[in-house]
Every structure is written in structure tokens, then in C-alpha cells.
Design a protein around this ligand. Structure first.
Ligand SMILES: C[S@@+](CC[C@H](N)C(=O)[O-])C[C@H]1O[C@@H](n2cnc3c(N)ncnc32)[C@H](O)[C@@H]1O
Length: 378
């Protein structure tokens, strides 16, 4: 067994440890498309378990190679390229996603040989290469907004002998000349599913996209395109992807000169933000608000805010030893009460899990539902 063979075995075993057994087609693709061909010589490991660190193929080839085959995302760009990776500090704007997540999403997508596939977010080119293996290189179109990343991905793919159709452009516009698609796979997260993705699909097509709602971690949504030009499907599992550039989370600064109204609440804000994924989906769907948190010694701060009106914001501060918590609100819109009401609505519904929620997307926009598409909740 070669060293690469051993590393691939270890990667597959680790994927199976953190999730279910890998589908045999996806496993063959993962083995045929070695990840190290798509990781740049210098990259950043930021898995949250330890402080972020650089891997450098020239300086420490062994660390680089073993890191590439571990179950972690590998950051390849900070701040859209404006910050050097060596600073270890910035917003992650591109990465090679963790192998288990890649396998999960590909399994949900289930691309068949001959399917025409659109990928949004070429990044390093690894997923595009896996898609080439699964559906045939002539059927793959991959879109990347960042020209520098797109060029590097094109080089990686060419060196591996693969020629998918690569486009530098905004994934929100899709690739109208290359459809109709049987599969659309976004590898960046959206809050609003662009209708053009559906419009560029054949009826029966499958769309798999990470969704970020602004309330806690992200979710994977799997949609099926119907014969009436809409698409519907359920939230399936956890996936925290970086947001599509045009749909990055919006956090509006406090408006100047507005005095917050002070009161108290008996609801522990930690209960709301630590609630399971189903509750977080309910809060996002019912309120449209986002939640942000900060932990301080003896305190836990939660902001609930609108993404369109800077005044529609509240801050709740949990403090150790207190039985009531300070609540500061900037406008008459009772955003914190809305969050709490949504949380208890979720409890009244019987605490539904993530996959009881779904979404329908049509030309007029998107709506969330619970259990069946006819039970629209927002
Ligand atoms: C998690 S990475 C994708 C990983 C990639 N599939 C791979 O195998 O390496 C997300 C990518 O989406 C790209 N992206 C962000 N907004 C985009 C947009 N509007 N259109 C196309 N790509 C976008 C980012 O530049 C980034 O490269």
C-alpha cells in the first residue's frame, strides 16, 4: 500500500467515524481525486480545536500532507485575498471544505453519470474534480466569483487532466448558457435561494445548498425542482459554509444618538441560543432576525437584530447569580419578545427537529414550512 493509499484509507475511515458509511460511488470518487492536488502549498488549518496554524508544503511536507488528509476544512484565502494567510487572522473567504461535509453534500446531490451539474463556488477545484468523476467532465460547469481563486483551481484541474467548464462570475446568476441542469450544488451558503438556479434546471433536478439564516450554525437544504417551476425540499443536516459574497450576513451598527430603553426579562437568553437546530430554524423563519452572542466572564450577551433596520435591535445580558436579565431595546419593535415567542412556538409545535422544516422557492420568493409544503410558517 502506498503512503497516499494509507492516507486515503485514514480519511475515509475518519469520515465514517463522524457520519454514516460513505456511499460506494462517493468513496470511489474520493479515492480517485486525491485532495492534496487541490490544496495550495501554503494554507491555514483553523479547526477550532487548537489555535490556527499554517501548513507549508516546502517547509514541512509531512505536516502539510497529513493535514490535507485529516477531517478538517483548510482555509485558502482571508478577506477575499486582502489579508495574507500568514497573519492567521481575518475572515475566511475560501476553503477546501472538510471531507465528511463534502461527502455528505455529494451524497445528497447524488449526481449520476451524464447529469449536467452546476457548482457554485469552485474554490480549490476539489469538488469540481469529484463532480467530474461522478458525472463526466463535459457535464460540469463550475462558477467562482474570485478570479485569483478561479485561476488556481483551473491550474489544479488541468494538472489532474480534468476539463470542466469553468466560469469566473457571480453564482447568483447561474450559468444560463450551460443549462438545463440536472443538479445544482452550491458550496457557499445563501440566505435566499436565487430563483435563477431553479429556472436553469430541468423538472426533477436536485439542488443542494448550504443555508445560513443568521441564527446559529448553518443547515443543508435539498430541493427538488417541480414541473410548475418551483422547487421544494427539507433541511437535512448541519453545514456551516462561508456565505456567498452578495449574501454575507448583515450586521448594522447602532444608530447614533438613540438611547436604549431598559427593562428586564425572566427568559434566560442562553436557553434560546443553545436550542437545537429545529428551534433555530423556527426562530429564523418566524422572525427574520439574526442573533449574535458574546461570552464574557460571568456574563453572556445576546443581540437580536433586524438586517434592514438598524434601530430594530435588542441586547439581553445574562449575568451569573441573577434571576432577571437586563434587556435594552432601540426601537418600538419588540425584537427580543419576537425571538422568545418564536422559541415557544417551536416548543408548542412539539419541538420539531431540523428535517421537519422545509422550504419552497418560486419566482416570487421563498417560504418556510413545517412537515408539509402546505403548512407554511413564514
Ligand atoms: C467553501 S469555498 C468552496 C470550496 C470548493 N467547492 C472546493 O472544492 O474547494 C466557497 C467558495 O465560494 C466562492 N464564492 C463566494 N461567493 C460567490 C459567488 N457569488 N459566486 C461564485 N462563487 C462564490 C468563494 O470565493 C469560495 O471560493
Amino acid at each position: 500500500m502506498t503512503e497516499l493509499g494509507l492516507l486515503l484509507d485514514a480519511m475515509i475511515a475518519r469520515i465514517e467515524e463522524v457520519r454514516a458509511p460513505v456511499d460506494s460511488r462517493i468513496e470511489r470518487a474520493l479515492r480517485s481525486v486525491p485532495r492534496h492536488r487541490y490544496v495550495p502549498p501554503i494554507a491555514l488549518i483553523a479547526d477550532g480545536d487548537r489555535p490556527p496554524f499554517l501548513i507549508d508544503r516546502d517547509k514541512d511536507p509531512e505536516l502539510w500532507m497529513t493535514s490535507v488528509y485529516t477531517e478538517t476544512a483548510i482555509v485558502t484565502q482571508l478577506d477575499d485575498g486582502a489579508t495574507d494567510l500568514a497573519t492567521l487572522d481575518g475572515n475566511y473567504s475560501s476553503s477546501s471544505s472538510a471531507p465528511a461535509t463534502v461527502a455528505d453534500l455529494l451524497e445528497l446531490l447524488d449526481p449520476q453519470p451524464g447529469d449536467r451539474v452546476l457548482e457554485i463556488g469552485t474554490g480549490t477545484g476539489w469538488t469540481a474534480a469529484l463532480l467530474c468523476h461522478l458525472a463526466g467532465e463535459q457535464n460540469i460547469t463550475s462558477l467562482e466569483v474570485d478570479p485569483v481563486l478561479a485561476e488556481a483551481a483551473a491550474k489544479n484541474l488541468a494538472e489532474a487532466g480534468l476539463r470542466p467548464h469553468l466560469v469566473v462570475g457571480d453564482g447568483a446568476e447561474g450559468a444560463p448558457d450551460r443549462g438545463p441542469f440536472d443538479r445544482v450544488h452550491a458550496t457557499c451558503a445563501v440566505r435566499t435561494v436565487p430563483y435563477v438556479w431553479i429556472d436553469q434546471c430541468r423538472p426533477g433536478a436536485v439542488i443542494v445548498t448550504p443555508i445560513h439564516t443568521g441564527v446559529g450554525d448553518g443547515h443543508v437544504l435539498r430541493l427538488v425542482v417541480l414541473d410548475d417551476g418551483t422547487a421544494q425540499g427539507r433541511f437535512r443536516e448541519y453545514a456551516d459554509y462561508m456565505a456567498m459574497r452578495s449574501q454575507r450576513p448583515v450586521y448594522l451598527p447602532d444608530p447614533a444618538g438613540v438611547q436604549p430603553r431598559e427593562s428586564t426579562t425572566r427568559v434566560d437568553p442562553r436557553m434560546v441560543v443553545r436550542a437545537p437546530p429545529g428551534a433555530r430554524l423556527a426562530i429564523a423563519a418566524l422572525t427574520g432576525l439574526r442573533l449574535d452572542t458574546r461570552t464574557e466572564p460571568g456574563r453572556f450577551l445576546v443581540w437580536a437584530s433586524s438586517t434592514t433596520e438598524a434601530r430594530e435591535k435588542a441586547l439581553v445580558i445574562w449575568e451569573e447569580g441573577k434571576t432577571e436579565y437586563k434587556l435594552y431595546e432601540l426601537s418600538d419593535r419588540p425584537v427580543w419578545d419576537e425571538v422568545v415567542a418564536a422559541y415557544f412556538q417551536w416548543v408548542r409545535w412539539g419541538e420539531p427537529r431540523r428535517d421537519r422544516f422545509g422550504m419552497t422557492v418560486g419566482p416570487q420568493g421563498q417560504c418556510y414550512w413545517l412537515d408539509t409544503p402546505s403548512q407554511v410558517i413564514s
